[in-house]
Design a protein around this ligand. Structure first.
Ligand code: PLP
Length: 409
C-alpha cells in the first residue's frame, strides 16, 4: 500500500486515500452526487448498520470524494481517522459540541472567530469556557480538577507567534482525564505533528496551508477513530460536511503540501533575518529567530518554523497603527488580505482585521501592538519580497517624516 504510515509525508500526500476509478483515473474523481444507489435492501442495510463500508448520502460524508480526502487527511497527520468540514470554524464548532460540553479551556491567543465562539456563544448554551493567556498557565490544573474536559490551543499563535509545549500540556490534561485538541493551522502537518507529541485531536482551517491557493474554504479534524466517530454524528446533523467538489480540490492541493510549505519555511526565515536588522523594524516575531522567546521550544517540537512572521514597525513619534498602515499601504507584491497559507504573500494589520474586535486594552493585555503587521509568505522570489518590504518601509518613513513636519492630512 503506498499510503501506510511508514511512507514519508511527501509520499502519503500524493498517494494516501486515492482510489482509481473504472476508467483508470490516477486519483479519485469528483463525485458530484448527493445520494447513492444500492442493488438491494440487504445491501443498503449493510451500509446503514455499519457492516459494510460504502457510499450512501453526501451530507453524512459517505461520498467517495469526501472519503478519499478524509483518508488523505488522516494519513498526513498520522491519525486513525479524519473528518472534512465546510470551514475551519465548522470543524471547531463540531469539536466543541461533541467533546467540550463539560468545559473548554483555551490557552493563549487563538483566531478571532474561535475566541468569539468560546467567549460569547458557547456560554449561551451553558458550556463553561475559560480563556487563559500563556502567562496564566498555572491556572490550568485547577480548571482541569474542576472538570473542564477539553483543552484547546493554537501553536504558534496568531499574531505573536507564541509557542506552547504540546507534550507538557497533553500530560497535564491527561492527568485529569481531559483531552487536548491543537489547532495546527499555522504550522501545518509538514512542520508539526501534534498527535505524535501527545495531543488527542488536531483541527485545521484547511482554507490556509492545506488548501494553499486561497481558492477554497474548508476545515479538518483528525484523531483516534473513537473520538472522531462522536464528532461525525454531530457533523451529520449540523450539516457541516465539505462539498465533494471542494473535497476533490483540497485533495489536489494536499498532493503538493510539503513542496509548498518547505519553500515557504525557507523564504519566511530569510525574510525574518533580513527584517531583524532593519532600522524601521522594532521587532520581528518568527519562531526560527533565536531572539523569539519560543525559539528553543519550536526547535524541539517543530521540524520547520513555518511561513508566518510578524513585524513591529518602529513608529517613533507617529501613532503606531498609522505607522504600520503606512507600510502596509505601500507594499506592491504583498496582497492586503486577512488570510494566510496561500501561494501569494499576504499582509494584514492585526488591529484592523483579526484582532479588530478586541478593545485596545485587551489587545495590549495580549501583547498585540497596533504597530504590528503580519506576513504570510507565499511562493514568490524571497529577494523580491524583501525588496518590496524595504521600499515600503523607506516610503512610509519618508511620508511619516513629512506628516510630522506638516501635520497629518
Ligand atoms: N484557525 C485558525 C488558526 C485560523 O486562522 C482560522 C481562520 O483564519 C480559523 C481557524 C477558522 O478557519 P475558517 O476561516 O476556514 O473557518
Amino acid at each position: 500500500m503506498p499510503d501506510t504510515p511508514e511512507r514519508s509525508l511527501a509520499t502519503r500526500c500524493v498517494h494516501a486515500g486515492e482510489a482509481a476509478d473504472a476508467h483508470g483515473s490516477p486519483h479519485t474523481p469528483v463525485y458530484a452526487t448527493s445520494t447513492f444507489a444500492f442493488p438491494s435492501t440487504a445491501a443498503i442495510l449493510d451500509v446503514v448498520e455499519g457492516r459494510a463500508a460504502g457510499s450512501l448520502y453526501t451530507r453524512y460524508g459517505l461520498n467517495p470524494s469526501i472519503q478519499a480526502l478524509e483518508a488523505k487527511l488522516a494519513a498526513i497527520e498520522g491519525a486513525e481517522a479524519a473528518l472534512a468540514f465546510a470551514s475551519g470554524m465548522a470543524a471547531e464548532a463540531a469539536l466543541f459540541l461533541a467533546h467540550g460540553r463539560s468545559g473548554i479551556v483555551c490557552i493563549g491567543d487563538a483566531y478571532g472567530g474561535t475566541l468569539e465562539l468560546l467567549a460569547d456563544q458557547l456560554p449561551l448554551l451553558g458550556i463553561r469556557t475559560r480563556l487563559l493567556l500563556g502567562s496564566e498557565l498555572e491556572q490550568l490544573d485547577g480548571l482541569l480538577a474542576d472538570g473542564f474536559g477539553l483543552v484547546f490551543l493554537e501553536t504558534p499563535t496568531n499574531p505573536a507567534l507564541e509557542v506552547f509545549d504540546i507534550a507538557a500540556i497533553a500530560t497535564r490534561a491527561h492527568a485529569h482525564g481531559a483531552l487536548l485538541a491543537v489547532d495546527n493551522t499555522f504550522a501545518s502537518p509538514v512542520n508539526q505533528q501534534p498527535l505524535a507529541l501527545g495531543a488527542d485531536l488536531v483541527v485545521h482551517s484547511a482554507t490556509k496551508y492545506l488548501g494553499g491557493h486561497s481558492d477554497l474554504t474548508a476545515g479538518a479534524l483528525m484523531g483516534p477513530a473513537e473520538l472522531i466517530a462522536v464528532v461525525a454524528n454531530w457533523r451529520k446533523n449540523l450539516g457541516s460536511v465539505l462539498a465533494p467538489e471542494t473535497a476533490a480540490l483540497l485533495a489536489r492541493s494536499l498532493r503538493t503540501l510539503p513542496v509548498r510549505v518547505q519553500a515557504q519555511n525557507a523564504s519566511a526565515l530569510a525574510i525574518a533575518r533580513a527584517m531583524a536588522t532593519h532600522p524601521r523594524v522594532a521587532r520581528v516575531l518568527h519562531p526560527g529567530l533565536p531572539s523569539c522567546p519560543g525559539h528553543a521550544l519550536a526547535a524541539r517540537q517543530m521540524t520547520g518554523f513555518g511561513g508566518m512572521l510578524t513585524l513591529e514597525i518602529t513608529a517613533g513619534d507617529a501613532e503606531p497603527a498609522a505607522a504600520a498602515a503606512a507600510v502596509v499601504d505601500r507594499l506592491r507584491l504583498f496582497t492586503l488580505a486577512p488570510s494566510l497559507g496561500g501561494v501569494e504573500s499576504l499582509v494584514t494589520q492585526p488591529c484592523t482585521t483579526t484582532h479588530h474586535g478586541l478593545s485596545p486594552a485587551e489587545r495590549q493585555r495580549r501583547g498585540i501592538s497596533d504597530a504590528m503587521i503580519r506576513l504570510s509568505i507565499g511562493l514568490e522570489d524571497p529577494a523580491e519580497l524583501i525588496a518590496d518590504l524595504e521600499q515600503a518601509l523607506a516610503g512610509a518613513a519618508g511620508c511619516l517624516a513629512v506628516e510630522k513636519a506638516t501635520g497629518p492630512r
